[in-house]
Design a binder for this molecule. Structure first.
Ligand code: 6YU
Length: 502
């Protein structure tokens, strides 16, 4: 195939995956590349905001696994966006397996601050079972359909052996801690419940070494730097795409036509679709003409895409220890190991697992980030700021036993009601396998078709086989699809293009 630098390439979405694809193509010499973005900004789920004087992340928070293999870490380092500690070889070498060893404070619903020995047996058991949950990959079968079912069954069995001589109150508390841990995992996975996270392919997600770090001046700094390297005018903002008409060449026209909401029709040789899985789930039937092939549709349905929201809460004084990095809130009536609340409207707040502490204090003051996943989180989005603040205040007063604590201000994210995202990020759904992730990234027309190849390509976090749900995963998918086109047209091996050129 001859190199065709005049190929018309349209990228839908200006999140990190779309930007990475554009950057790679432009630097490879393609001169008809454009991005159509529905909103007025680039970055998508990378979104930095402010609460008072503090910079806060509404979307992505950390670089997961900041080390040499992580392209986000390499770019952030190149642009000088990280604190010096994050750059040290020691920091890069720490292998935490996705769960940073944070110093915790644990409070119970009767207003007690628990001692480590009160809750550590449950934490240890949970961590062990979570590791085991990732080991059914490539095995002949798994004992249960979901991670939630597996953990509950195993805890019951192990508790009967290990905690048989423990007094009932202590034993019940351990089970309540397990409920809290399940809620934490709902946030990590972006799922409503761990009962909806598939066990068989749970081990598909891979972590990188490095202790998770943040961007002291905001994650969006990365987007600004990347955008400054792209030609002016490459992104058209406020231009939602309504429909991608593919296989047009059969009618003697250009292979693809992109129809925008405002009626404009843009012809292209290739379209790279980077819209979130949540958006795809909701709009696939109108977004593609002809419709997506059945195997791709089934994978879109099987993969999970849930909501994880943040509620930032600022206080005048800390009510946690100076070294505390995470606060867990344990409900003492949850010994049945639940991660869903029975009555969402009345008790949505029980789903909030607790808070991470924004550090260092000199930068953020006394600022916490609350985490809440699932349908309870989606309901929270419908409440007024005042109602959310009221419920969070009552929660903190109850768990600390201090009826006077009052937040100075709050701010929450609303990812489910963001019409261009429809949730937060993807996870392995029940019944999912590696094949589903392969199907997600398969271009159109599918293999074996006689029509013009690579008309529609798919990037975005939900199309990465093992780094789905992350910023680095999303970036790598953009590069992958750009490279697919480059190698389609060129004899030059795209892997020879240095990463530093990005
Ligand atoms: C990470 C983190 N992080 C917290 C929260 C969220 C996410 N992630 P984009 O959506 O960015 O871009 C698509 C664009 O398309 C967008 O601009 C749209 O407007 C546009 N669009 C849509 N429809 C369109 C149309 N019709 N026409 C035109 N344009 C259209 N990742 O690395 N660290 O700390 C977090 C977190 C609250 C919401 C995160 C984190 C996820 C990333 O933000 C996300 O993957 C990428 O930004 C997506 O980029 P993109 O380009 O694909 O889409 C075992 C096991 C466990 C598995 N999971 C463990 C990992 C945990 C992940 N953790 C995340 C945690 C947090 C806290």
């Amino acid at each position: 195939m001859s190199r065709n630098l005049n190929a018309k390439i349209v990228i839908i979405g200006s999140g990190i995956s779309g930007i990475a694809a554009a950057d790679r193509l432009v630097k490879a010499g393609y001169n008809h590349v454009r991005i159509l973005e529905a909103t007025s900004r680039s970055g998508g789920r990378i979104k930095t905001g402010k609460l008072g004087d503090s910079i806060v992340e509404i979307g992505a928070n950390w670089i997961h696994g900041p080390s040499e293999e992580n392209p986000i870490f390499c770019l952030a380092r190149k642009y000088g966006l990280l604190d010096p500690e994050a750059l040290t070889p020691e920091n890069q070498a720490i292998d935490i397996g996705g769960h940073p060893p944070w110093t915790s404070n644990v409070f119970s619903s009767s207003g007690q601050k628990l001692n480590v020995e009160d809750y550590s047996p449950a934490l240890e058991m949970f961590a062990e079972l979570l590791n085991e949950s990732a080991e059914f990959q490539n095995q002949k079968g798994e004992p249960c359909a979901s991670v939630g079912d597996f953990i509950r069954a195993e805890v019951k069995q192990k508790a009967a052996e290990k905690w048989k001589d423990v007094d009932p109150a202590t034993r019940s508390l351990q089970l309540c801690v397990i409920s809290n841990m399940l809620k934490v995992e709902c946030c990590v996975n972006g799922s409503h419940s761990m009962d909806e996270v598939g066990l068989g392919a749970f081990g598909q997600y891979k972590t990188l070494p490095g202790l998770d770090c943040t961007f002291p001046r905001g994650y969006e700094g990365l987007i600004k730097n990347l955008m400054s390297e792209l030609p002016d005018g490459l992104v058209t903002y406020n231009r939602p795409v309504r429909c991608v008409h593919w296989n047009n060449a059969l009618k003697g026209e250009n292979p693809v036509t992109v129809q925008c909401d405002d009626g404009e029709k843009i012809v292209a040789d290739h379209v790279i679709v980077t819209v979130p899985l949540g958006y795809l789930k909701k709009h696939h039937s109108t977004l593609f003409q002809p419709p997506l092939p059945l195997h791709k549709l089934h994978s879109i349905h099987r993969l999970g895409f849930g909501t994880n929201n943040k509620i930032f809460v600022e206080f005048d004084e800390p009510w946690w220890d100076p070294d505390c990095e995470v606060i867990y809130l344990v409900w003492e009536d949850e010994e049945s190991m639940v991660d869903q609340v029975p009555d969402v409207q009345r008790s949505w707040i029980k789903k909030l697992f607790g808070f991470t502490v924004l550090k260092p204090t000199e930068r953020y003051g006394h600022l916490l980030c609350g985490w809440i996943a699932g349908h309870e989180s989606e309901y929270m989005e419908t409440l007024s700021e005042q109602d959310v603040t009221h419920d969070v205040t009552q929660l903190v007063r109850r768990f600390t036993g201090n009826p006077t604590i009052t937040p100075r201000r709050t701010l929450r994210s609303q990812w489910f009601h963001d019409i261009w995202t429809c949730g937060s990020y993807s996870h392995i759904g029940k019944g999912c396998s590696e094949q589903d992730l392969d199907n997600m990234m398969e271009p159109l027309p599918p293999k074996g078709s006689q029509s013009q190849p690579l008309q529609v390509l798919f990037a975005g976090e939900a199309t990465h086989p093992c780094y789905f749900s992350t910023v680095h995963g999303a970036l790598l998918t953009g590069l992958r699809e750009a490279d697919r086109l480059i190698s389609h047209y060129s004899s030059v091996n795209p892997s020879k293009l240095p990463m530093s050129k990005l």
